[in-house]
Design a protein around this ligand. Structure first.
Ligand SMILES: NC(=O)c1ccc[n+]([C@@H]2O[C@H](COP(=O)([O-])OP(=O)(O)OC[C@H]3O[C@@H](n4cnc5c(N)ncnc54)[C@H](O)[C@@H]3O)[C@@H](O)[C@H]2O)c1
Length: 351
């Protein structure tokens, strides 16, 4: 079994989880970190005993040639930096979610991973939750019949929370293709989230192959994150959260089920060793990203959107920049002023 070197690009909050993956593996040496913010880089690298530090990720990739690269930066940069790592010869890339703010970048990155043979995964780690795995098992065994529907209510914006929720529900359902999407959004204030344009509310209906349906209701102001959810089918219901799933059928409530999972990072190393593909292989997340963009397209053009949907640009961004989706107030970021400043400075967004 091989030993690997690793590097992290973006040494902020979520990078701590990635540093933990490497620290807990005796097969990987976390040798380098890169961040545009030198102070944060130093603090992080000191805390995690990382020797090589760079404020330019490309210089880091060129000099260190890491085997595994974690991309833990703000949304808009995920795919560009993942591709830079692949082009520099990385054997594996773990990119944080969401894949990006459009579909073009994710499509290019997935294609490049296929071409270079890079093990490319996206940080939708809720696929490892014991409760979600129990719900998946019950559904696959036909415990509540078919088709099923699930209504998700949550706080958070579509890219940030919706990426987890859409990816996760589709995975629990057995990764069916989507058949159509109908969406509605509201963006009346000039808001951004970690440098990406974001809306205040989203409602969507997503129909999957087999007749399964997901409704999604996201409300930045009043929504509560990580609520319990429920699948309803012709023969019963499954109440579930990350910790457990409870089946309700004609016999009444069954005991709670939880199915423990291997580690997210262990599954990547097993894949690199020749085992089965990681459950978070990026091509699966690409489907979720496509659905997110289809929701924007539907909302902004008042259309029912069906596959194939391969529009590269973000429909939300297009509508904002063309003035079709006017808003009030000064630009502000609900997570990170620094991310918005960087996005404006680098021309990724317009004020
Ligand atoms: N999987 C999850 O559950 C989960 C949880 C939290 C955050 N995230 C994702 O992780 C990403 C980062 O979120 P965070 O909360 O850690 O943000 P953060 O602001 O704490 O950290 C991001 C870091 O990236 C650095 N950075 C930005 N652009 C860079 C570039 N071009 N090169 C090098 N460094 C750069 C910033 O300076 C910052 O230090 C977001 O996309 C978010 O959606 C995922």
């Amino acid at each position: 079994m091989g030993e690997y070197t690793a590097a992290i690009i973006g040494t902020g909050g979520i990078a701590r989880r990635h540093a933990g993956y490497y620290r807990d593996s005796h097969r990987v040496k976390l040798q380098a970190g890169a961040d545009i913010n030198a102070e944060r880089l130093k603090e992080f690298c000191d805390a995690h005993e990382i020797e090589h530090r760079y404020t330019d990720h490309q210089q880091m990739l060129d000099e260190m040639r890491p085997d595994i690269v974690s991309v833990c930066t703000w949304n808009r940069t995920h795919m560009r930096l993942s591709m830079d790592a692949m082009e520099a010869g990385a054997q594996a890339v773990i990119s944080e979610k969401p894949m990006g703010e459009d579909l073009g970048g994710p499509m290019d990155a997935v294609a490049l991973a296929a071409k270079t043979g890079c093990y490319f995964v996206i940080g939708h780690q809720t696929r490892f939750s014991p409760g979600h795995n129990a719900a998946k098992k019950l559904l696959s065994e036909g415990a509540i019949g078919s088709p099923v529907s699930v209504a998700i209510r949550s706080g958070g914006a579509l890219l940030n929370m919706g990426s987890h929720l859409v990816d996760n529900m589709r995975w629990i359902l057995g990764e069916p293709d989507w058949e159509f999407v109908v969406g509605w959004i509201q963006r009346e204030t000039n808001r951004f989230e970690r440098g990406s344009y974001c809306e205040e509310m989203t409602h969507a209906l997503i129909r999957f192959e087999g007749g399964h349906e997901m409704t999604l209701s996201l409300d930045m102001e009043d929504g509560v994150k990580n609520q319990d959810h429920q699948f309803i089918g012709p023969d019963g219901a499954i109440n579930f959260n990350r910790q457990q799933a409870v089946l309700l059928d004609e016999e009444g409530f069954h005991p709670p089920m939880a199915i423990e999972q291997p580690g997210y990072f262990d599954e990547l190393l097993a894949w690199m060793d020749g085992g089965p593909a990681h459950r978070n292989e990026a091509s699966g997340a690409l489907q979720a990203q496509q659905i997110l963009m289809a929701i924007y397209e539907s909302a902004l053009n008042h259309l029912r959107v069906e596959p194939p949907f391969e529009k590269r640009e973000s429909p939300l961004e297009e509508a904002i920049l063309s003035g079709e989706l006017p808003c009030e107030g000064e630009p502000h970021d609900i997570r990170s002023d620094e991310a918005l400043e960087y996005a404006i400075e680098t021309g990724q967004v317009q004020e």
